[in-house]
Design a protein. Structure first.
Length: 167
């Protein structure tokens, strides 16, 4: 069962990063391997959290796979939970957590935690795309940080734009 966990400190607030990751419909614009994303359903959980059911199509060279996930947004605790419903995996679960970084470490920044646990149904598919998925996960946070820079700092030095914190 492949797993991947990482944390990255970014020069954007936890709220900004939560909103960016929660905007799943924009993923095809910037996320590696994501070719298409369609929201099937929008609802709320029993405790009032927004919940989406979405189809994501990932592709690499001649391989294309679509899978369905349930995405639960927890804005008060700054978490996003993704649970697998259907597709080429035997299981997939991932979680995003966002927390403000200590001001002495990254003023105005946040720590973004990304955890994923997955396995393909087909061992052959796992062998073909498993290593590529691992490389893509390593690039996800970089892609989200770049997206944040594009969205929140479209013009360096613009009024109100948050400047990157020294690392």
């Amino acid at each position: 069962m492949p797993t991947f966990q990482t944390t990255q400190v970014v020069p954007f607030t936890a709220q900004q990063m939560f909103e960016l990751v929660a905007d799943i419909e924009a993923y095809p614009e910037f996320l590696p391997l994501c070719e298409a994303l369609r929201i099937r359903d929008r609802r709320s959980t029993a405790d009032g959290h927004p919940q989406l059911v979405a189809d994501m199509t990932c592709g690499y060279k001649a391989i294309r796979e679509t899978f369905t996930s349930q995405v639960t947004l927890q804005p008060h605790s700054q978490r996003i939970l993704v649970e697998y419903i259907d597709g080429p995996f035997s299981h997939l679960y991932n979680q995003w957590r966002f927390e403000e970084a200590p001001s002495t470490y990254a003023p105005g920044g946040s720590a973004v935690h990304f955890d994923i646990d997955y396995a393909f149904k087909s061992p052959m598919l796992g062998m073909l795309v498993g290593a590529m998925f691992d490389r893509a996960f390593r690039r996800f946070l970089v892609a989200f940080e770049q997206r944040a820079a594009d969205v929140y700092n479209p013009h360096t030095g613009s009024p109100g734009a948050q400047q990157p914190a020294p690392v």
